[in-house]
Design a protein around this ligand. Structure first.
Ligand SMILES: [Zn+2]
Length: 95
């Protein structure tokens, strides 16, 4: 979220710098700087937009997978228990 805002700030700063430079005139360096800022900010926003939903989806999926892998079932009574626990919660037998 913070990175996305950062990209938008770059974009806005670039636009402001470019507009001022063009308005004042004879500030080619600032125009280039502004365009560079727009390009950088736009790229950042685009990358964030392209990658973020994908990332969060896979993260959620992996989290779910990990969560499922943590659960094991008792061989004696079939009660689900945490993977780290050595004894069954229901019957107390060693898992
Ligand atoms: Zn059990």
């Amino acid at each position: 979220m913070a990175k996305q805002i950062h990209g938008i700030i770059w974009l806005l700063v670039g636009i402001v710098v470019t507009v001022i430079a063009l308005w004042v005139g004879k500030l080619l360096l600032f125009v280039i700087l502004g365009v560079a800022c727009i390009a950088f900010g736009g790229y950042k926003v685009l990358v964030q937009y392209m990658t973020k939903p994908k990332e969060s989806k896979t993260d959620k999926f992996h989290e779910q997978m990990r969560e499922e892998q943590r659960i094991k079932y008792c061989s004696r009574c079939g009660a689900p228990g945490h993977i780290k626990s050595n004894f069954c919660n229901r019957c107390g037998s060693k898992v």
